[in-house]
Design a protein. Structure first.
Length: 415
């Protein structure tokens, strides 16, 4: 069973919107054992959309069309699918009622244009999930394409994801006759390059290729680190979990403590849980990052018992007046140690992180862009590391965040 993804929208071709939907759908297809060899983008033009769909059906057994199901004049995915199927569009009264109810629940009048969203190709069914006003479509083909199917989902990511999960993936697995369980587990790592990880795991990847029990893949995620995904297939859930458990342990033994979490873990959520386990609280003194670390921490709910707060002393005089730092260079070991200790005293925390550096693009106090110090105050002592990052301003700030949090993580594990 091969499934192709066709993303619809002129804005995708113009670069006005990044197509994250296709990558997400491709990932989900791989996780349930469905091959996907092609992904296509096409603008809002009926002839070109019909051509793209017909080409996709020549290569694949199923096509997921993403986008073009809205109520405006350029939302013509329904029309293109109907032309490929060789059928007419008919208005579904149940969908009309659902759309009316959604607008009524928000206290709004439904524009007549929204009725277009209730038009369905003859022979198609509606996806069981309908979180928004755009229904998803499941459109089986007949004639020369008998047995093939086109699925249509909205371009809004949260709507699309619900429809793919609830309706499309189960239908594809049933059509493919997949009865085995396929699961993946992702190890989140920081501190090693993709080539370095591949070299470390080369023998293990070869062993898995020979055994056929699981696979390992790498996904570079910028300042979020590298992901090592282990995928396994077995007849039952219990068996596949056992394979993943065993392989996770083997990978951890090979690559060591650069693994900081699993699956949806983030560096900040892991650090906060480590602090909670130890009954310690955290405060931040952010000069270079300007509150970016605090923003990452507070994006996670439920850590108010661990995170005390942050001070953003962007000017050197504030580092002295607010945090009691000495009159030393702003980007120095002495400064970040004093800031880390001072923010603990100011905010009443057990642990402090301090960052100070030059984000650029211009030098500052004789220091080039990318020069920075990170300080940690933990268990009554302060230490600092000096780094130079060869990036632009945004990457310098983002990488400093993750490196500061990882520095605290390793110190907590070693304490």
């Amino acid at each position: 069973m091969k499934c192709e993804v066709v993303a619809v929208g002129t804005e995708l071709l113009l670069g006005q919107i990044v197509d994250t939907n296709s990558s997400w759908i491709g990932e989900q297809l791989a996780l349930v054992g469905i091959d996907s060899h092609f992904q296509t983008k096409v603008g809002d033009n009926l002839d070109r959309m019909v051509t793209a769909l017909r080409q996709a059906l020549e290569r694949s057994d199923a096509v997921i069309v993403c986008g073009g199901l809205g109520p405006t004049q350029d939302d013509i995915t329904r029309n293109a699918i109907a032309e490929v199927m060789g059928v007419a569009l008919v208005r579904d009264p149940e969908i009309v009622e659902k759309i009316h109810a959604m607008f009524g629940g928000r206290g709004r009048e439904m524009p007549d244009n929204n009725l277009l969203q209730a038009d369905v190709p003859v022979g198609a069914t509606v996806n069981p999930a309908m979180p928004g006003t755009a229904p998803g479509l499941m459109c089986p083909l007949t004639g020369a394409d008998e047995g093939k199917i086109i699925y249509a989902v909205p371009g809004v990511p949260w709507e699309m994801q619900q429809m793919v999960t609830a309706g499309i993936l189960p239908d594809l697995q049933e059509r493919a006759g997949i009865t085995s369980v396929i699961r993946s587990r992702t190890l989140r790592t920081w501190g090693q390059s993709e080539s370095g990880l591949a070299e470390q795991l080369d023998d293990e990847i070869q062993r898995l290729d020979d055994a056929g029990t699981a696979t390992i893949a790498f996904l570079a995620s910028g300042w979020e680190g590298l992901k090592v995904r282990i995928t396994a297939k077995a007849p039952t859930e219990a068996e596949v979990v056992a394979i993943l458990d065993e392989e996770e342990q083997r990978v951890r033994e090979i690559i060591g403590d650069i693994v900081f979490g699993l699956d949806d873990d983030t560096m900040e959520s892991v650090v906060m849980e480590l602090l909670r386990e130890r009954g310690q609280t955290l405060a931040l003194a952010e000069s270079l990052t300007g509150g970016l670390i605090a923003s990452r921490l507070t994006a996670h709910a439920g850590f108010s018992d661990v995170f005390r707060g942050a001070v953003v002393p962007y000017h050197r005089d504030l580092k002295q007046s607010l945090l009691g730092a000495p009159d030393v260079p702003a980007v120095s070991e002495e400064m970040v140690k004093a800031m880390a200790e001072g923010v603990c005293a100011t905010l009443g925390a057990d642990v402090g992180i301090a960052v100070s550096g030059v984000a650029g693009p211009d030098p500052h106090e004789g220091q080039d862009p990318g020069a920075l110090w990170i300080g940690i105050h933990l268990n009554g002592t302060s230490e600092a590391v000096n780094l130079t990052l060869p990036f632009d301003r945004e990457r310098i700030r983002q990488f400093t965040c993750i490196m500061a949090l990882n520095m605290l993580r390793t110190r907590l594990l070693a304490a």
